[in-house]
Design a protein. Sequence first.
Length: 96
Amino acid sequence: MNILQKPIITEKMTRSGEQSGKYGFVVNPRANKIQIKQAVEEMYGVSVVDVNTMIFRGKLRMRGTRSGYTLGKTSKYKKAVVTLKKGDAIDFYSSI
């Protein structure tokens, strides 16, 4: 089971990482906090202090086309915000 699917790289999460050491990840919906903590520590070599998780439900989307309206839904996902020990940092841009 792949725990970490991708990091969340937005302006808000980047600012949060620089100021308070909190980083966001999209994770497997079946992963628990202990598994997420171990995966981050193993992958990035940092010490994790706290893990907060939240599940986002899919949103309904409607698009008007020539043949009428088409209904769809975005996929649901689980997000984890990981707080690191003071002094630790993760650099997502080093591999680009």
